[in-house]
Design a protein around this ligand. Structure first.
Ligand code: PBG
Length: 324
């Protein structure tokens, strides 16, 4: 009882604050998303994501060596697919010589110890910009999971350590796990985007990959931001189907979901701080309205405090430099 109990004692100096600090972010927490394009000697800045680039394979090699040296040990790869290779069947997605498959090999050659995760979803390959096969304005579930499983297998064959399905079709984790097992890829892990919301925060990412939906939106497969219990149900099903790591996406607006899930699962929980969250901080900092570095560290700490074991963030490089 006051004045016997005074909470400010534990805040009075940096020494005591660091002694009682509950959450500490380290380079081990970060998974860095990287965008890859065809071509040579390309490092193009993404307009809606300042300081974030699309790399051609030759420069990707340089980039991953650099981030490894900084202490970042895991990457999540995304590819920008040329328009003429897009269709409604995911043909290019399973091309053994496709950009993703070559990107995986490039990273593994450059830094063999780097953990390589790949995005598994059809949207960058889809002439409709959707995460699944489209028929009469609908996204077909089971036709899509069949091709996603083949896509995951093709990434595993290229050398991916983990595949990360971000599509939100029902049953895709089971389909992917089963095919990987059948083909002997029992060591390949699955990080499932388990609770992925139909969010307006993906705008800058779709700009980065030219993958915005051509018609409608993604609300028939991605989750309704109003729902909380459903996130737990989705996640438990993915674990049953064989997910090694589960993910919540986006980050900051969904930290209640992160904690709900953390409280009921016993697999690692990842959180994706998405492109819109990144862009907001960059824009406000550019205007001088926010302290960029302080806000980055505060948000990443908040994500970890909520229960994230892994944070996918475009700020990975900034954060590592700031904390070391
Ligand atoms: C594709 C995918 C998206 C993101 C990751 N994988 C976009 C979407 O679902 O429309 C978004 C990432 C970000 O915004 O940073 N399935």
């Amino acid at each position: 009882m006051y004045p016997l109990r005074r909470n400010r004692r534990l805040r009075s100096t940096e020494a005591i604050r660091s002694l009682v600090r509950e959450t500490i972010i380290t380079p081990d927490d970060f998974l860095m998303p990287i965008f890859v394009v065809e071509g040579k000697n390309i490092k193009e800045e993404i307009t809606s994501m300042p300081d974030c680039f699309r790399f051609s394979l030759d420069l990707l090699e340089k980039e991953v060596k650099e981030i490894w040296a900084l202490g970042i040990k895991s990457v999540l790869l995304f590819v920008k697919v040329p328009e003429n290779l897009k269709d409604n069947a995911g043909t290019e997605a399973i091309n053994p010589e496709g950009l993703m498959q070559r990107a995986v090999k490039t990273v593994k050659n450059a830094v063999p110890e780097m953990l390589v995760m790949t995005d598994v979803a059809l949207d960058p390959y889809s002439s409709y910009g959707h995460d699944g096969i489209v028929s009469e304005g609908k996204i077909l579930n089971d036709d899509t999971t069949a091709i996603l499983a083949e896509m995951a297998l093709s990434h595993a064959q290229a050398g991916a350590d983990f595949v990360a399905p971000s599509d939100m079709m029902d049953g895709r984790i089971f389909e992917i796990r089963s095919l990987l097992e059948d083909e002997g890829f029992y060591e390949t892990g699955i990080m499932s985007y388990s609770a992925k919301y139909a969010s307006a925060f993906y705008g800058p990412f779709r700009n980065a990959l030219g993958s915005a939906p051509g018609f409608g939106d993604k609300k028939t497969y991605q989750m309704d931001p109003s729902n909380r219990d459903e996130a737990v149900r989705e996640t438990l099903m993915d674990i049953e189907e064989g997910a090694d790591i589960v993910m919540v996406k986006p980050g900051l607006c969904y930290l209640d979901i992160v904690r709900d899930i953390k409280n009921v699962v016993n697999v690692p929980v990842a959180v994706y701080q998405v492109s819109g969250e990144y862009a907001m901080i960059k824009a406000a900092a550019e205007k001088g309205w926010l302290d960029h570095d302080a806000v980055v560290l505060e948000q990443l700490t908040a994500i970890k405090r909520a229960g994230a074991n892994i944070i996918a963030t475009y700020f990975a490089k900034d954060a590592v430099k700031l904390i070391s």
